[in-house]
Design a protein around this ligand. Structure first.
Ligand code: HEC
Ligand code: HEC
Length: 227
């Protein structure tokens, strides 16, 4: 009886701790970041991945400081370092490996503090339907170069000359037109404007909706003076 009660004690006191100090809430905050890091890295939005990694790290540090249960050395430090290196190198393979190691380290701690029932895995689908994990601006710039660059000068780069030297206005000059708002650009890219202007005027680029949003995001950076 006595030994059973003693075995029970750490879990009970930790439960007490979690409720009293909010360690579990900090863990949920870290968990959100853990998920976001995955989708950002998977879609090669390396700046977002680095940003979320910083936030996750500080939440885990806060939790460790607050907790009296956490005594084991923090096994997440090494995989977090590897993850940072993979993100800096923009290396998708190394990213996936380091992420899996990190996830295993989350659970190693949970098991060490008798919380083996809290089990973390590499996320399958994003619960954040309101957040895009791609870097819209970078995608928009790449798309503009590949889909529009034959006719338009895409960015304020003196060396860039549209391949066909078409009578197409440059994107920076278009972006400065007051009449060209996000909404009018969307409408323009959605419509068939084959009849716009002269005969060789622009064909409908037939972009998907998410691609249109990427172009719109990229144009917004041109309005701000270029990036
Ligand atoms: C050094 C130890 C340690 C590490 C590392 C750790 N945790 Fe935790 N985790 C805890 C503690 C302590 C609790 C609170 C347990 C309790 O309720 O008593 C907890 C609880 C949780 C919970 C449950 C919270 C809830 O209410 O649902 C989740 C989810 C969680 N951790 C996610 C993670 C993730 C994701 C990582 C890795 C990125 C991680 N943890 C790394 C110690 C750790
Ligand atoms: C085949 C050449 C060609 C391609 C490819 C092309 N454009 Fe154009 N675009 C033109 C020409 C020519 C005009 C000028 C039409 C005119 O004023 O008669 C133009 C005009 C525009 C305008 C100004 C419309 C207005 O209201 O005056 C925008 C915005 C634009 N293009 C965006 C794009 C985007 C974004 C892409 C890539 C997804 C693209 N274009 C691809 C030839 C092209």
């Amino acid at each position: 009886m006595l030994s059973a009660a003693a075995a029970q004690a750490p879990a009970d006191s930790a439960q007490h701790e979690a409720a009293a100090t909010g360690v579990a809430d900090l863990m949920v905050a870290a968990q959100f970041r853990h998920i976001k890091i995955w989708f950002a890295g998977k879609l090669k939005n390396w700046r977002l991945a680095a940003y979320e990694l910083d936030l996750m790290k500080s939440k885990l540090q806060e939790a460790a400081k607050m907790s009296v249960t956490i005594q084991a050395p923090d096994l997440t430090i090494k995989p977090m370092q590897s993850l940072r290196e993979a993100i800096e190198k923009k290396d998708s393979g190394a990213f996936a490996t380091a992420y899996t190691e990190l996830t295993n380290a989350c659970d190693a701690c949970h098991r060490a503090i008798d919380r083996g029932f809290i089990s973390i895995q590499v996320p399958v689908t994003s619960p954040f339907s309101d957040e895009q994990f791609v870097d819209q601006i970078a995608e928009g710039r790449a798309l503009a170069r590949s889909e529009c660059g034959a006719c338009h000068v895409v960015s304020e780069n003196a060396n860039e000359v549209s391949a066909l030297r078409f009578p197409a206005p440059s994107f920076p000059s278009l972006a400065r037109r007051p009449a060209l708002t996000d909404e009018s650009l969307r409408q323009f890219l959605l419509s068939n404007h084959r009849n716009l202007g002269h005969d060789q005027a622009m064909p409908n680029p037939r972009l998907a909706e998410y691609q249109i949003e990427e172009i719109v995001a990229f144009f917004a950076t041109l309005r701000g003076g270029g990036q």
